[in-house]
Design a protein around this ligand. Structure first.
Ligand code: MCN
Ligand code: CUM
Length: 793
């Protein structure tokens, strides 16, 4: 789409260079660890070597002798203030510091406060903790078996490790349908526990000012206002009510969902600062970050499809066991313990659907972090896209043709899914068609046939995903009771430039640029003249933060609504100055013009008149030009698209190489095409990591994380990727004031299934039916060996 504004204004549709990048690429970003406060102390954390144990004693005497060490804080110390436990976002409870039992390897056990970071680390070495090991449960199926050791003994009357059961859809109808279906396929699909590996780890500086009675916390958070409210809920009883708390989230080096939860370290640092009366800095190191926080996925899914022999999909059933670790600390909307997993009917018009899930406690750190998934949409998309390929293989149909046959057709939008969602818009066939053209699908299939004759393993995988992003709507969605709208505040300066503040928080997505472009589009002020700020709860309007690709569809829409209020007022001022009726004044190209005449006032002149009101309609208007809007979306937005991947597999070693990848996405109207492409690139890379490499592996006997360093927890690198071929198919979101849908997670949601489908397609000729994710060389090689043995028998 050609942009409506000039290059100078740089509104929506321009690939404007990111305003934040000059400081980032020059190493001038200001991250939490860059902030130094006078008199600041440092905190380091003692962590448990056991995955499950009783603490029989903590001896801090040697630690307190280490030069520079000022204090050691234990669970018993926090217990005096009732701060040793805290609520999780899912209304469960989680330890801040334990008084009796540790529940996972590397859990926080005590905190050392010192004048230097090194002294704090030496202090940690000197804390002597006695443990008595307890039986460990790391397998959620075993955890749910009768007689399994009960982990959450803190919960009175709890006799098992079951957290919740959740379901969506019509069970009886779906069962009846499956019983009579012409074709049925079934597949166990495990999507492993993975870790959010942002470049910047988590951390904070808690700064309690006794004289002012005010707590300021500089912290790595994606949702500063929500965190402020949560802190007030946790610590209100010790005098920290919400007006006395200021959360500042400075530059973030990636968040990806991992910076939504409240980790114990933050709370301990706050307690330490309040108790000692000095600022306390806590910054996790790499290993702590990898071992103790932000785990995602860990869904054991059994997916089934029912279909007619001609390939018409008629029914879907998915049963899942979810491993949540020792506490349900997922960041999902309150009423949705499994997030938005029920989007699992995906892009297909499926009449009969049912899904159910049971969550289990295990001796692992709390999992369920929403890692580039929009609340479990990655898991949902993976399940439906994998099982669709299983059906294609069963019916010997081309997976593209099978998808084309089953897509929700464009004329059916708005479309009500069997699991209760109302899809807004889309054109799935056009996206698949585009992705096929981008990668040269028909040619590739021919090439594949040739290669198969030569015994080479080449596979092509398709993933036609539909997402659900942009939470609210607040009537149905809240987190801990906090409603999910978002906000924008715009202050136009007398010279016609502006500052805008938002309740969201960029972690690398480029909000300083894209929000400015939205405002430029609406107000005609050049984007370079609009300063965007986020992350300081004392200055920004209340908002729920950045996750679930909600910033553009929700806070971006709030920016449009606030702009339109400004427009409205500016038009009235213009009408006064031009001695015309407001209805006769139109806004065009940054100017207010009396319709049909050449009489006009520039936006800058109106702004000046608003603040220097010599000639001003004082009787009907107040001076000034600033507005705030809170936008509560009518519905989610439903981005969609199609990713296609070509892989080659070395039969000798099982190594998978990605040869080509294409993606055609529908994000509604686009604010900045270059940024959107970058979002898709990064997302695909993370999805490929999930599909081929990443896996948090726990030893079954001891509960030790055996992939506890980056020597073992493998991350993808640039050399693992080809150049991606991107395109898009725009169907504007009909209920959003800007027509936009979110784009931030699509790559990570779509690509795992595209890669895994390609791997299975490559291995089909050698008889491999299923490869466990991640498709590491070992897993692939073993699957090939297994299939060869089976064939020989
Ligand atoms: N955009 C656009 N046109 C659209 C939609 C979006 O130009 N139609 C632009 C936006 O204006 C914004 C970016 O694309 O600059 C992402 O927008 P959006 O889809 O609204 O997502 P959010 O800004 O809410 O970002 C959250 C999303 C999530 S949930 C994860 S996880 C993720 C992601 O963004 N984490 C990221 N992308 C990331 N990118 C970086 N660099 N770092 C992270 O931590
Ligand atoms: Cu699902 S991760 Mo993002 O929502 O921050």
């Amino acid at each position: 789409m050609t942009p409506k504004t000039s290059e100078k204004v740089c509104g929506m549709g321009h690939s404007m260079k990111r305003k934040e990048d000059p400081r980032f690429i020059r190493g001038q970003g200001r991250y939490v660890d860059d902030i130094q406060l006078p008199g600041m102390l440092y905190m380091d954390i003692v962590r448990s070597p056991y995955a499950h144990a009783t603490i029989t004693n903590i001896d801090t005497s040697q630690a307190l002798k280490v030069p520079g060490v000022l204090a050691v804080i234990t669970g018993r110390d926090l217990e005096k203030y009732n701060l040793h436990w805290m609520p999780t976002l899912m209304s469960d409870t989680q330890m801040v510091l334990p008084t009796d039992t540790v529940m996972y390897q590397s859990q926080e056990v005590a905190a050392v406060i010192a004048t230097e970071r090194y002294a704090a680390a030496d202090g940690v070495e000197a804390v002597d903790v006695d443990y008595e090991p307890l039986p460990v449960v790391v397998d959620p199926f075993k955890a749910l078996e009768p007689g399994a050791p009960v982990l959450r003994t803190d919960k009175k009357g709890k006799t098992d490790n079951h957290i919740w059961h959740w379901e969506a859809g019509n069970r009886e109808d779906t069962e009846r349908h499956f019983a009579s279906a012409e074709v049925r396929v079934k597949q166990d699909i495990y999507i492993p526990r993975i870790h959010v590996a942002s470049i910047e780890t988590c951390g904070c500086i808690a700064d309690f000012d006794k004289a002012m009675g005010k707590l300021t916390v500089y912290m790595t958070t994606q949702a500063p206002h929500a965190i402020r409210t949560v802190f007030a809920l946790v610590a209100g009883h010790v005098g920290l009510s919400e007006e006395r708390i200021r959360i500042v989230s400075p530059d973030l080096g990636g968040g990806f969902g991992g910076k939504v939860p409240v980790y114990p370290g933050y709370v301990i640092a706050v307690a330490a600062s309040v108790l000692i009366g000095k600022p306390v800095k806590w910054i996790e190191d790499r290993m702590e970050n990898l071992q103790a926080d932000s785990f995602a996925r860990d869904y054991h899914m059994t997916a089934e499809l029912a279909a007619k022999k001609d390939g018409t999909i008629t029914g879907l059933r998915i049963k899942t066991i979810a491993d949540h670790g020792y506490a349900d600390a997922a960041a999902n909307p309150s009423k949705f313990p499994a997030g938005l997993f029920s989007i699992c009917t995906g892009s297909y018009d499926i009449k009969h659907a049912f899904t159910e899930m049971d969550a289990a406690y295990t001796n692992k750190p709390p999992g369920g972090v929403a890692y580039r998934c929009s609340f479990r949409v990655t898991e949902a998309a993976h399940a439906i896209e994998r099982i669709t390929d299983v059906l294609a293989l069963e019916l010997k149909m081309d997976p593209a043709a099978l998808r084309m046959k089953n897509f929700i057709p464009p004329e059916k939008f708005p479309y009500k899914s069997a699991l209760g969602w109302e899809y807004d818009s889309g054109n799935y066939a056009a996206a698949l068609d585009k992705a096929m053209k981008l990668i040269g699908y028909d040619e590739l299939r021919k090439e594949q046939a040739e290669k198969r004759k030569r015994g080479e393993l080449m596979g092509i995988g398709i993933s036609s995903f539909t997402e659900i992003v942009g939470a609210g709507p607040s009537k149905d969605f809240d987190i801990l009771g906090i409603k999910m709208f978002d906000s924008a505040e715009i202050r136009v300066h007398p010279t016609g430039k502006a500052i805008a503040r938002f309740g969201t928080k960029s972690q690398g997505q480029g909000h300083e640029t894209t929000y400015a472009q939205i405002l430029a589009e609406e107000l005609g002020i050049p984007a370079k003249d609009i300063k965007v700020e986020e992350g300081d709860t004392d200055t920004a309007p209340y908002g729920l933060g950045t996750y679930a690709s909600r910033s553009t569809p929700v806070a971006g829409a709030a920016a449009a609504m606030a702009s339109r209020k400004i427009q409205d007022k500016a038009r009235k001022i213009a009408a006064h100055l031009l001695e015309a009726a407001a209805e006769d004044v139109e806004f065009n190209g940054g100017r207010y013009i009396v319709k049909g005449t050449d009489r006009a006032k520039a936006f800058g002149e109106i702004a000046f008149a608003a603040y220097v009101p010599h000639n001003f309609p004082h009787e009907t208007l107040e001076p000034g030009l600033e507005e705030t809007a809170f936008y509560d979306p009518k519905n989610f937005t439903y981005p969609s698209g199609c990713h296609i991947c070509e892989v080659e597999i070395d039969p000798e070693t099982g190594t998978v190489a990605i040869v080509r990848m294409s993606a055609a996405d529908d994000f509604g109207r686009i604010v900045n095409p270059m940024i959107v492409d970058g979002q898709v690139h990064g997302g695909i890379a993370q999805g490929v990591g999930q599909a081929l490499m990443e896996n948090a592996v726990y030893d079954k006997e001891t509960g030790q994380l055996t992939s506890g360093s980056y020597m073992d927890y493998t991350m993808p690198r640039a050399e693992n990727f080809p150049s991606f071929k991107l395109g898009n198919k725009v169907t504007p979101c009909p209920h959003n004031p800007l027509g936009v849908k979110g784009c931030g997670e699509a790559g990570a949601i779509a690509s795992p299934a595209a890669v895994m489908n390609a791997v299975h397609d490559a291995l089909a000729p050698v008889g491999v039916k299923h490869v466990e994710m991640p498709a590491t060389s070992l897993n692939v090689w073993q699957s090939i060996q297994g299939a060869q043995h089976a064939a020989a028998e």
